[in-house]
Design a protein around this ligand. Structure first.
Ligand SMILES: Cc1cc2nc3c(=O)[nH]c(=O)nc-3n(C[C@H](O)[C@H](O)[C@H](O)COP(=O)(O)O)c2cc1C
Length: 208
């Protein structure tokens, strides 16, 4: 095996992360800018943390081009709320468009063609074309530095879940209908179209 230390260029570490941790689910995070306009951006350093309370986490890195914090965490730290919108195959291109680094205050709904939809509990808008939305209240921030490549863990408590009736049957989200798409290494995106089933060995481990 080849072995590497991690104290060199952050880009090498980044390539190990994105080449190893995959497929990564994508959180499209919508927030409100200071002037009240919308901000929308995808993040694939994203996972579930806790079921009760319902907590998710994602990590926006310091922006390589500017060395500054990204607009999404800036808005969440200030305003305290965000929506996680999930990505089905048919909106992958628009989501990719939302990753463009626009000037602060510019609305990615306008540049991507996605449609804002009011949330029930929080102020930031949801994405109408997305099939699952989590309305979240900001919980914690763990900051790992201010240098380029440094990440920060942002957690949020999900206070409301919205699921399209088209993908929801008998209390379950149907993967084949949801058609989620994940992120791979480089420019790779990964479909979930080749599922296999493995039975859990111990009944006590089964989470029905
Ligand atoms: C599918 C996808 C996943 C991404 N995941 C991340 C991520 O996990 N962390 C990150 O800092 N940037 C990630 N990016 C880049 C951000 O989306 C990009 O920097 C964006 O401009 C941030 O927007 P903001 O400044 O409005 O927050 C990703 C881009 C794409 C297309």
């Amino acid at each position: 095996m080849l072995s590497f230390n991690t104290d060199g260029d952050f880009k090498d570490n980044y390539k190990f992360l994105i080449g190893s941790i995959l497929p990564r689910p994508i959180a499209v995070v919508s927030t409100l800018n200071e002037n009240g306009t919308n901000n929308v951006a995808p993040f694939s350093f994203f996972t579930a943390i806790s079921a009760s309370p319902m907590i998710i986490a994602f990590s926006p890195l310091i922006r390589t081009a500017t060395g500054k914090i990204k607009d999404t965490p800036r808005n969440i730290i200030r305003q305290g709320e965000f929506v996680i919108n999930f990505v089905s195959e048919d909106i992958a291109n628009q989501v990719n468009e939302c990753s463009c680094e626009l000037a602060y205050g510019e609305d990615e709904f306008k540049t991507s063609g996605l449609t804002p939809l009011a949330s029930d509990i929080i102020k930031p808008n949801r994405i109408k074309e997305s099939l699952i939305h989590f309305e979240c209240k900001f919980r914690d921030r763990l900051n790992y530095g201010d240098n380029v490549g440094a990440g920060q863990l942002i957690t949020g408590e999900v206070v409301k879940v919205h699921v399209s009736e088209d993908i929801y049957e008998q209390g379950r989200i149907i993967t084949e209908k949801f058609q989620p798409i994940g992120r791979g290494a480089g420019n790779d995106w990964i479909r979930c179209t080749d599922l296999i089933q493995l039975e859990r060995k111990m009944k006590a481990q089964m989470q029905k």
